[in-house]
Design a protein around this ligand. Structure first.
Ligand code: SF4
Length: 158
């Protein structure tokens, strides 16, 4: 299983915003710190904004920030949002499926359950879980000149 680039980028954008709660950040800043193109980040930001995860302010001093508390952002929901239109196997795409084994394939059910288990694990994780107390991550994502909120080290929760 391999996540699409946009899903991974969405997670990075959200983590960057969560690590800089006291300021607006620009798409170009996120692109630089996440090692991505501004265009790819802009596409992901547009989707996250449309779905209510980010708020944006236009203009010279504009930028974006989280539109929800980090503990209200389910990583599973974000992953589903960006992966939903990409069927995991051909037979999951009812309109375009051409697999001749579909009617008798046992693998199909196992794969379906494995994908559900994957999302179930991520449903229990919030953006807050990824960022809070993660001083190394916050240091990496700190946007200048404003310093990020002071980070207090905390053992990662399981
Ligand atoms: S082989 Fe089975 S799991 Fe794979 S696409 Fe065909 S029906 Fe689906």
């Amino acid at each position: 299983m391999r996540l699409t680039t946009r899903t991974n980028l969405a997670a990075r954008v959200l983590m960057a915003c969560a690590a800089n709660p006291d300021r607006l950040i620009r798409t170009a800043e996120i692109a630089g710190i996440c090692n991505s193109s501004a265009h790819h980040v802009a596409v992901v930001v547009q989707r996250l904004h449309a779905e209510g995860y980010l708020s944006t302010l236009r203009g010279r001093s504009g930028g974006l920030r989280l539109a929800r508390q980090a503990d209200q952002v389910s990583i599973g929901a974000v992953f589903r949002l960006f992966e939903a239109d990409i069927p995991f196997a051909e037979c999951f795409d009812t309109e375009n499926n051409t697999c001749p084994l579909t009617e008798t394939c046992r693998l199909r059910g196992y794969v379906q359950r494995a994908v559900e288990a994957f999302y179930h694990e991520l449903d229990m994780v919030t953006l807050e879980d990824l960022v809070r107390g993660n001083c190394g991550l916050i240091d990496l994502l700190a946007m200048q000149p404003e310093p990020p909120a002071r980070c207090i080290a905390e053992s990662a929760r399981q």
